[in-house]
Design a protein around this ligand. Sequence first.
Ligand code: SF4
Length: 688
Amino acid sequence: GGLTPSHGGATRTTCAYCGVGCGVIASPDGQGGATIAGDPDHPANFGRLCSKGSALGETLGLDGRLLTPQVGGVEASWDAALDLVADRFRETIAEHGPDSVAFYVSGQFLTEDYYVANKLMKGFIGSANIDTNSRLCMASSVAGHKRAFGEDVVPGTYADLEEAELIVLTGSNLAWCHPVLHQRVQAGGAKVVVIDPRRTVTADGADMHLALRPGSDVALWSGLLGHLFGEGCIDLDFAAHVEGMAGAASAPTLAQVAAATGLTKQELRAFYALWTRTEKVVSVYSQGVNQAADGTDRVNAILDCHLATGRIGKSGCGPFSVTGQPNAMGGREVGGLANMLAAHLDLENAAHREAVQGFWASPAIADKQGLKAVDLFRACADGRVKALWIMCTNPAVSMPEADAVRAAIRNVPFVVVSDIEAETDTVRLADVALPATGWGEKDGTVTNSERRISRQRAFLPAPGEAMDDWRIIAEVGKRMGWAEAFGWSCAAEVFDEWTRMTALSRDFGKVLDLTALEGCDYDAMAPVMWPVGGPERLFADGAFPRGKGQILAPRMGEMPLRDRRHPFTLNTGRVRDHWHTMTRTGRSAKLSLHIAEPFVEVHPADAAALGIAPAGLVRIASAHGAMIARAQVTDRVARGQLFAPIHWTGETASTARVDALVEGRVDPVSGQPALKGMAVEIKALAPA
Ligand code: SF4
């Protein structure tokens, strides 16, 4: 067939970056590098790649790689390092209990890595203190899906983007953050509405741009729900499968929505009329929705409109959460978050816990939620966490209140960091640093935003002494006394155990079902959607895992986005050619050409009032930290608003480490931090 593991001698794999999950064909050059092309047969991208994916070959060199285990900054053998990690974790647990240790993992993990880490922490150590940087990415979508459907499921497929007549992109700069999906949107020819406080590149190409006031998303979408009811646009047949419809009665009026969002009644009427009269609507949402103190309510306000009108699970219809990271979805499936069990089962449900423990034949099972990302690092700061293992991520840069997080990590008596890089801001804080294999060197699977599982395949040898993450964790599990449970010999065996485990999801009425893949040919596995063998689109029949779908009709809460000392609202996000803290994209000279240095967007009127010159240096400060960057004076942001990218790193405020400014304020339902709107002040450093 078209999707064999190799393609003319080259290797088929999946892109290392975003949740689109594009298929990539890698042809090694024999000197440690590779030529990269889009896979014409992969159903996520059909041969397309964006700038980041195309430049993957430039990021493969071994400069700066961590190649041997380090203990106290000194090279050590694997045996010595692993024994030390196992001993210190075992001793800490014996002395202070299982909740005194924690893992912080990553949406860059492959599903197999995630599965093994979760199994060790929840089933064998017996704590749920494992959380992931995906908490910063899509935790609000997970919580919203669970409230509305009873399970964390994206109902639609990428093909819906081509089949829709109207696509609403809300809180999503798709053209830069998920470029291949944006190309698919353009290929489909649907009308496009962009809802974003900022005039992004995505908004430039849209038919309508609604520059709503930051924090007013719930009002906008609840207003649409009220409008749909007012116009009699409810699907009465589908309504039999949905509860909570009465909530629409409390939807805000048009005047109230206009007051909250700052949009004109005319703009609102035009958007509501378009949504209402178009049958095939996909509402795509991303970090602008998720990364907020009311992120879960925002998600549900969007899902409400699709549930009320039955615009779900049909061709060209549905709500669509696009995930930031390559395997945020896979991590959710195997329970790699502090509030979930594997296989979409619930920590709070005794029958679920018993089933998971039975499957693993494990000595323990976590019976309460663990520490979510922001709380996890606070527990490091106040001494509750005494041994911490950070894997495949750089929280000293990427977490809110990054300066405090750095201090918190320093405060933990024993810190292990597994990474591919020798010198990230987080690796520098490690007592033990463990060299992991990276993209192109390891085997495993990832799940993209449309529930499609694809293989990542090794096409380069593991450099130095680097080891796959799942194997490092399993080696520690064995040394802690659980040799049989962690005795896999390859990633395929881990995947096989995981597919068998999904029989539990099916038994408890969940959609996630991979059992048809049990015993499959892992090497040859073609991309496949779950439920494997089931329908591609879900819930058009109204069969929701919770019974009836649920309309939440949330109300808009208070959004403290400014105060007297900090009169500006800072929004954050990605640029087109960099990824997260640039540990990979920073290696490519070509990618750094697009935008070479950090910047902050300031409205011309604000710049004039504060004496900020175009390209002049400014200092931005919040109650938690400060950064310096070059001003980009532009009307892409509204007055009173600023925008800065998240990627740049560094030790001090003289660099633009934006997450040092972000307050660790979280959504109370999902635990996701509000990275998109914080109160700051801005000053010219060198006045014009
Ligand atoms: Fe990679 Fe995402 Fe670009 Fe596709 S769209 S090539 S998955 S970064």
